[in-house]
Design a protein around this ligand. Structure first.
Ligand SMILES: [Zn+2]
Length: 225
């Protein structure tokens, strides 16, 4: 069963607008402190962090965190600003589907995996495919809600490219839903952010959604790892 949490375009609150990193490097705990915190969690779970199988785990977890949360050290807007290209006369919709992402929910730090679909109607600037994927990654590699990530991706594209409109749809499977709590193993959450012509013109929005072929046809999302 797929749960269509949201398909209708709806605004996300203003505090979901793109923001920078929250802590400077200097404001963060040391690697040793982070590893100690992992040992505490292992003991909390009921195991012995000093037994052979777990002895290197805190170091591994901290290295994994560096990758999972690398987005805090990256500025998606700055990156896009350096890499857009001018277009002369192309005035059709650009759609990129199925950008895979892995993020972590800010409520449980559980994995969120899924796909992002991006559409925009360029005014005079476009960005390459790899840059859109990179944009997704910068926001995915933070503690997130799916709604906030959807808005951040759309708002950043909108402010950097100043297109006629931006549409972002995110399909996500939430580890905190599939493996704990209500244990809805196959539920998929859908969020969207429509700006400019995608919000104002039904036909444009429909053209985008038709290109995604989402209605009643949401594909299962396999884990990335
Ligand atoms: Zn959660």
């Amino acid at each position: 069963m797929n749960t269509l949490a949201r398909l209708e375009p709806r605004p996300v609150s203003a505090d979901a607008a793109p923001t920078g990193a929250t802590l400077t490097r200097e404001g963060r705990p040391s690697r040793a402190e982070a590893e100690q915190a992992v040992r505490t969690l292992i003991r909390w779970a009921g195991d012995d962090p000093l037994r052979e199988g777990l002895i290197d785990t805190p170091a591994r977890v901290v290295r994994a965190y560096q990758q999972w949360f690398a987005g805090y050290d990256q500025d998606a807007g700055q990156h896009l600003k350096r890499t857009f290209e001018e277009v002369a006369g192309y005035d059709e919709m650009v759609v990129m589907r199925d950008i895979r992402f892995q993020s972590h929910c800010e409520h449980h730090m559980a994995p969120i995996t899924g796909r992002v679909h991006i559409g925009y109607l360029p005014r005079n600037k476009v960005v390459g495919i790899s840059k859109l994927a990179r944009l997704v990654q910068v926001y995915a590699r933070r503690l997130q809600t799916q709604e906030k990530m959807t808005a951040q991706i759309a708002d950043t594209l909108n402010s950097v490219l100043a297109p006629h409109g931006v549409a972002v749809v995110v399909e996500g499977t939430h580890g905190c839903m599939t493996s704990r709590g209500v244990e809805q193993a196959t539920a998929t959450m859908l969020t969207s952010r429509m700006l400019g012509v995608f919000r104002d013109r039904t036909a444009t929005r429909q053209e985008f959604l038709a290109a995604l072929d989402l209605r009643g046809n949401i594909r299962p999302v396999a884990p990335l790892l």
